[in-house]
Ligand binder design. Structure first.
Ligand code: SAJ
Length: 415
């Protein structure tokens, strides 16, 4: 149920492991495309796996479920504008399962949800089924990193919580068909909490790195050097500062914890605020650098993370908006993003750079790390580069006459 970046690869991998799979998505366009063998924006390896699965005859697609032995629900769980979870898709999917489920079937929720959701939403929806007492229900949250989906789908450990031991064990049997990592059994709410804690840990760690970057700028320390040295300590692992946290998980899931009790989640909450404040911080720093120049900014990177074409919750889009709000023209470019993102035009690289008053590196795609500074120098109007990812070889750029400004690194004399 749900043929997105988790559901589709899971369906393909199960089919290729010899299981008969019905892939269900409420969107008929998705179903039609998949029947024709088109995997949309999925990673290339998922596309190949889809071809294999379709040829095996074990994978079919439909817009609604049929009776079967096990249901895996992997639909999106975004947040509303007020940061509360939007569980509409989970509810719809489970409701349609309740309509076809038969005694002995297993229902697994993979979507990331606020702790307590299986008991408060999934179970009540399934209670509508006449076979409720004979159903098995579990939560097995997905853990794959976009960009490395297949590798992580197979190799990562999984955490499974069941409404009872039998449910957890049945789910473990299902996942052990393709998971090579260890499968850990626990109760429902613990499994839900574990998943949200994982992404929150990352968010808080990144917020700390961002805070270190801002403090380092105050005292003329290069935060990248400082983090590298601190991480030499066997029990320290600080993540990387950057222009903000994007994607549909790390920037979203911590709110599920805040909702439990805002007074008890002040660390989680302020990490969210620090990371959400980074696009504005980067814009203010950039504006100081280009003060008085009326030229446009070349914004390199629209994706939320390196080597992905995914722009969901991307800090680059917020940077674009804030620069426009301050009256600065922006020409964005991202080689991995197809076409426009909302109203943001994805210009060819040459157009973005041509005549630019500054170049802002917002995503650390290899294509940007490998840019040839002398070629960039030939077309820009001013040789200021703002590196918000700390990814450029500064000396190489400086040799070509660039003034490289890096987030988290300000010479003390500039203060
Ligand atoms: N980021 C930084 N600095 C860093 C690392 C990341 O600024 O050092 C930024 C990225 O640029 C990006 C955002 O954080 O904008 C999130 O990126 P990410 O690499 O932390 O991960 P996601 O959101 O692509 O995937 C995460 C993963 N969770 C963990 O690593 C704990 C993945 O395993 C989950 O399956 C996924 O969320 C999910 O779907 O929940």
């Amino acid at each position: 149920m749900g043929l997105g970046y988790v559901g589709l690869p899971t369906a393909c991998i199960l089919a290729n492991s010899g299981v008969d799979v019905l892939g269900v998505d409420a969107d008929p366009r998705v179903v039609e495309a998949l029947r024709a063998g088109t995997a949309g924006t999925a990673e290339a390896e998922v596309g190949s796996l889809l071809q294999l699965a379709l040829h095996s005859g074990r994978l079919r697609f439909a817009t609604s479920p049929e009776s079967c032995d096990a249901f895996i629900v992997a639909v999106p769980t975004p947040v509303h504008a007020d940061h509360t979870a939007d569980l509409r898709h989970v509810k719809d999917a489970v409701r349609s399962v309740a309509g076809v489920v038969e005694p002995g079937a297993l229902v697994v929720l993979e979507s990331t949800v606020p702790p307590g959701t299986v008991k408060s939403l999934v179970v009540p929806e399934l209670l509508a089924s006449q076979h409720w007492s004979k159903l098995l229900v579990a939560h097995c949250p997905e853990r794959v990193l976009p960009g490395a989906t297949l590798l992580e789908l197979v190799n990562n450990d999984r955490v499974i919580g069941g409404i009872d031991q039998r449910s957890a064990e049945r789910a473990a049997e299902l996942y052990s068909i393709f998971v090579r990592g260890e499968i850990h059994l626990t109760d429902l709410t613990t499994a839900e909490m574990v998943k949200v804690m994982e992404n929150t840990f990352r968010d808080v760690n990144i917020a700390l790195a961002n805070e270190f970057a801002k403090l380092a700028e105050r005292i003329g320390v290069d935060v990248w050097e400082a983090i590298r040295l601190a991480n030499n300590h066997p029990r320290v692992n600080i993540l990387r500062p950057g222009p903000g946290v994007g994607g549909h998980c790390v920037a979203v899931d911590p709110w599920f914890l805040v909702a439990i009790d805002p007074e008890r989640s002040t660390v989680v909450r302020s990490a969210r605020d620090v990371n959400d404040g980074m696009p504005r911080y980067v814009v203010e720093r950039l504006l100081e650098e280009i003060a008085g120049d009326s030229g446009h900014v070349a914004l390199l990177g629209l994706a939320y993370r390196a080597e992905l074409g995914d722009t969901r919750e991307s800090p680059s889009l917020e940077i674009h908006r804030l620069l426009n709000e301050r009256g600065v023209d922006v020409r964005a470019h991202d080689p991995l993003v197809a076409g426009k993102v909302g109203s943001v035009v994805n210009h060819p690289l040459a157009d973005a750079l041509s005549g630019a008053a500054a170049v802002l590196i917002a995503t650390d795609h290899r294509a940007f790390v490998n840019l040839e500074p002398s070629a960039v120098a030939d077309v820009v109007r001013s040789t200021t580069v703002f590196d918000a990812r700390g990814c450029l070889d500064r000396e190489r750029w400086e040799r070509e006459g660039f003034r490289v400004v890096t987030l988290g690194r300000v010479a003390a004399s500039d203060d």
